[in-house]
Design a binder for this molecule. Sequence first.
Ligand code: NAP
Ligand code: MN
Length: 258
Amino acid sequence: MENYTIIHRPDPISAELKKKIEAQLKQDPNFKEDDEDPHTVIVVGGDGTFIYAVHKFMGRLNHVRFYGIHTGTLGFYTDYRDCDLEEFMAALVNGQGEEVIYPLLQVRIGDQEYFGINEIRIENAARTQVMDVCINGEKFETFRGTGMCVCTQLGSTAYNRSLGGAVIDEGLDFIELTEISGIHHSKYRSLDAPLILKSGTDLIFKSESFQGALLGVDSDVYNIDEAKEIHVNIWRHCAVHMLRGRKVSYYERLKSLF
Ligand code: NAP
Ligand code: MN
């Protein structure tokens, strides 16, 4: 018996698609709807919907797998569009498909912790944010500007790409550090280029004051006024399991993005 739940974006096309999927699975004795304790989380919508679903099940990621169908263009979190519904359902019902694992970033501030699948951002729109960047315990630079973004391979096509960060090819086990509007002139200087790092790298952002800055974790934001040190690294204890039904090349996804 496969326990499932469906999460959809609240637009009419996604809602309609959800109804069709539900109607088909209700007829199948091997599937049982269970919104509390599902094994398969079916996601209907966009990459944003997928991120929402991952955060909804953040406490039990090792017990669930996500399977997405995209309304609109092709996404990074799904291999099917709404026009591929039949193929999408066939792969699910026939137990085809391969589980692929995607890592999460962990952010630690004192005893608070947060997890992101796309990226974490430290952003201060109110004033110049000064912070030291430490890589594996070594001070690397003092940054001045709006902030810093750390993304996963999956998140490299999201905010990171808007910041001029490199897109990281699928299958590469890296994280990327990108500046958000760094100040570079005769007095202040920092790397001023995206830095791609091994995924095992530990990052610490230290500042006398993060007053006015916000910590962005995927779709969520948190006040970090009182923070002094922000630790960021790949979380090794659980990850996101995604069911991939068919092979869509990474470059095809990338092409559909722009
Ligand atoms: P959202 O509306 O859920 O997402 C904003 C856009 O980013 C949507 O078009 C979404 O695609 C796309 N997106 C999300 N993850 C992606 C990925 N891994 N690769 C390529 N595109 C991706 O907005 P939100 O809830 O505020 O934030 C969610 C994410 O959106 C954040 O993690 C951030 O990376 C991204 N974002 C980017 C910018 C920017 O580029 N300036 C600004 C804000 C947020 P769908 O349409 O398929 O959902
Ligand atoms: Mn699994």
